[in-house]
Write a protein that binds this ligand. Structure first.
Ligand SMILES: CCCCCCCCCCCCCCCCC(=O)SCCNC(=O)CCNC(=O)[C@H](O)C(C)(C)COP(=O)(O)OP(=O)(O)OC[C@H]1O[C@@H](n2cnc3c(N)ncnc32)[C@H](O)[C@@H]1OP(=O)(O)O
Ligand code: UBL
Length: 287
C-alpha cells in the first residue's frame, strides 16, 4: 500500500478515536489507558536495543535510558509535574526512597524525579508483561514474591547487602499495592527493615492525589497537575530492628501530612473510616 494512504488511514483512525473519546468518558478512559500501555510497549521496543547496545545487559545504568524515554510520555496526556526538594536526593551513598503509589501512571512521576543509580522493588508478576517486563529486568528492578513473606524478606536482606556494596538507591512503595483512595494505606515494614539493616537514610517522596484527574471507578482520565515533594532524608545510623516500627510510623505521618498539603485538602482524622472516597485505582490489565 502507498505510504500516503497509510498516513490518511492513520489520521482518520485517530480522528475517529478522538471523537469517540469525546462522546463517551468511559471510551475515552479506556483509550487513554490503552494508549499509555501502548506507549510503554513502544518505549520498551526502543529502549531494549539501546540498553543492550550501550550497557550490555541488566544494570542500573539502563535506568537513565528508560527515564529519558518515559519523561516524554506526560506530553501525550497533558500531565504537568511540579517538583520540590530534588536536592534531598543528593545524599552521599545509598538510600531507601519511599513513596506513595496510586496507579500504573506513577511510573511517569517516578521517572520525572528518579535519581541516578536507583532501582525499584516491584511485584514479580510485572516480569511477565512481555517486552515491558524485559525492560524492567534490564533496568535492574528487584522482583519480589508478595505471596511469600519469607521469600520477599530473603530478597530484601540480600538487597541490603548489595545496595551498599554497589552504591545504589532502592525505591520502595511501602503501601505494597496501588491505592487511589485519596489517602494512604498502612505502610508495610520491608523498606524500613531494609534501611536499618543497611544503615542507610530513608528519603520520603510524596505525590499529590490523582483523584481530581484520574479515577478508574468514574472513568475519569483528563489532563492534570501533580505536585511532587522530596522530603529531607531521615537518618538510620545506630537504629536497630527494635526501631523499625517507630521509623515506619514517622515516615507514614510525615508523608501523609505532606500528601494532604500537596493535594490542597485538609487532613482527615487519622482513623480510616467509611467517609473515605471509594476509589479503586487498580486495573485488571496489570495482574
Ligand atoms: C521505556 C518504556 C518503559 C516502560 C516501562 C518501564 C518500567 C521501568 C521500571 C519501573 C518500575 C516500576 C516498578 C513499580 C512496581 C511497584 C510495585 O510492584 S509495588 C508492589 C511490590 N512492592 C512491595 O510490596 C514493597 C513493599 N512491601 C514490603 O516492603 C513488605 O513488607 C514485604 C517485604 C513485601 C513483605 O510483605 P508482607 O508479606 O505483606 O509482610 P509484612 O506484613 O510487611 O511483614 C510481615 C512481618 O515481617 C517483618 N519483615 C518485613 N520485612 C522484613 C525484613 N526485610 N527483615 C525482617 N523482618 C521483616 C515485618 O516487620 C512483619 O513483622 P511484624 O512483627 O508484624 O513487624
Ligand atoms: C505477555 C503478557 C502480556 C501482558 C501485556 C501487558 C502490557 C503492559 C503494558 C504496559 C504496562 C505499563 C507498566 C507500567 C509499570 C507500572 C508498574 C505498576 O505500577 O505496577 C503495579 C504494581 O505496582 C502494584 O500492583 P497491584 O496494585 O498490587 O496490582
Amino acid at each position: 500500500m502507498e505510504p500516503g494512504w497509510l498516513l490518511w488511514g492513520a489520521a482518520v483512525l485517530l480522528l475517529l478515536l478522538h471523537v469517540l473519546a469525546e462522546l463517551s468518558p468511559a471510551v475515552g478512559f479506556v483509550l487513554r489507558l490503552g494508549w499509555y500501555c501502548l506507549l510503554c510497549v513502544l518505549g520498551s521496543l526502543l529502549a531494549v536495543p539501546a540498553c543492550l547496545l550501550l550497557n550490555g545487559g541488566r544494570t542500573v545504568r539502563n535506568m537513565r535510558i528508560i527515564k529519558n524515554i518515559v519523561k516524554a510520555f506526560k506530553y501525550f496526556f497533558g500531565l504537568k509535574f511540579e517538583v520540590k526538594g530534588l536536592e534531598n536526593f543528593e545524599v552521599e551513598g545509598p538510600a531507601i526512597v519511599v513513596s506513595n503509589h496510586q496507579s500504573i501512571l506513577d511510573m511517569m512521576g517516578l521517572m520525572e524525579v528518579l535519581p541516578d543509580n536507583c532501582v525499584q522493588v516491584g511485584k514479580k508478576e510485572l516480569l511477565y508483561t512481555g517486552i515491558v517486563g524485559l525492560i524492567m529486568y534490564l533496568g535492574g528492578v528487584i522482583f519480589i514474591n508478595r505471596k511469600s513473606t519469607t521469600s520477599a524478606k530473603m530478597v530484601m536482606s540480600e538487597v541490603a547487602k548489595t545496595m551498599v556494596a554497589e552504591n545504589v538507591k532502592v525505591w520502595v512503595y511501602p503501601e505494597g499495592t496501588r491505592n487511589c483512595t485519596g489517602d494512604f494505606l498502612p505502610f508495610k515494614k520491608g523498606a524500613f527493615h531494609l534501611a536499618i539493616q543497611a544503615q542507610v537514610p530513608v528519603i520520603p517522596v510524596v505525590y499529590s492525589s490523582f483523584t481530581s484527574f484520574y479515577n478508574p471507578k468514574t472513568k475519569l482520565f483528563t489532563s492534570g497537575k501533580i505536585k511532587v515533594e522530596i522530603l529531607p532524608p531521615i537518618e538510620t545510623k545506630g537504629l536497630t530492628s527494635d526501631d523499625v516500627s517507630d521509623l515506619t510510623d514517622r515516615c507514614y505521618h510525615t508523608m501523609r501530612e505532606t500528601f494532604f498539603v500537596l493535594s490542597g485538602r485538609p487532613s482527615p482524622s487519622e482513623q480510616w473510616g467509611p467517609d473515605q472516597p471509594d476509589v479503586w485505582c487498580g486495573t485488571a490489565l496489570l495482574v
